[in-house]
Design a protein around this ligand. Sequence first.
Ligand code: 2BA
Length: 149
Amino acid sequence: MSATQDKKLTDIVIGDLMISSEKVAHVQVNNPLEHALLILVKSGYSAVPVLDSSYKLVGTIGKTRILNTVLGLERFEMEKLSETPVHEAMNTDIPCLSKTDTFMEGLKVVINYPFVCIADDEGYFDGILTRRVILKQLKRDHHTFKSNT
Ligand code: 2BA
């Protein structure tokens, strides 16, 4: 049985819904962009979290930011992929929630972001909450509500 099976939306917390860190593709802050692009292309994701060497969350990196970073005046300067570390291209202006935050807080964030990173009080990465999971939960709640009326 899932952790949210019989719960009302108001009783669900982010920890019930998040994809835990072991299942999340990520890159390290000092990896070259070439490695980040490899992870993104192989996983099929547009963007993934960036962690430091102690597994603290530091940002996200996506295909568009990588391509913008290597874009020169007239061409993509692909040699920059191996020379530039992820921290020079990553996005650090990202929302972050904790496992104890509510479903509604998660819903608000995924209106503007496809996923939100989850970290503990010290910044250690716990996982991500995706738009897909939030929408699935809303659908489930809608059906439960309909069948109870
Ligand atoms: P995107 O990569 O832009 O993916 C958009 C949606 O496309 C995903 O929505 C999912 O429904 C589908 N999708 C893309 N790649 C997939 C794959 N390899 N396997 C299955 N479905 C795939 P969400 O599931 O709501 O994910 C939202 C965003 O969260 C993704 O955006 C991605 O940036 C990130 N994400 C999701 N799961 C991840 C994971 N395990 N590791 C790292 N990042 C993840």
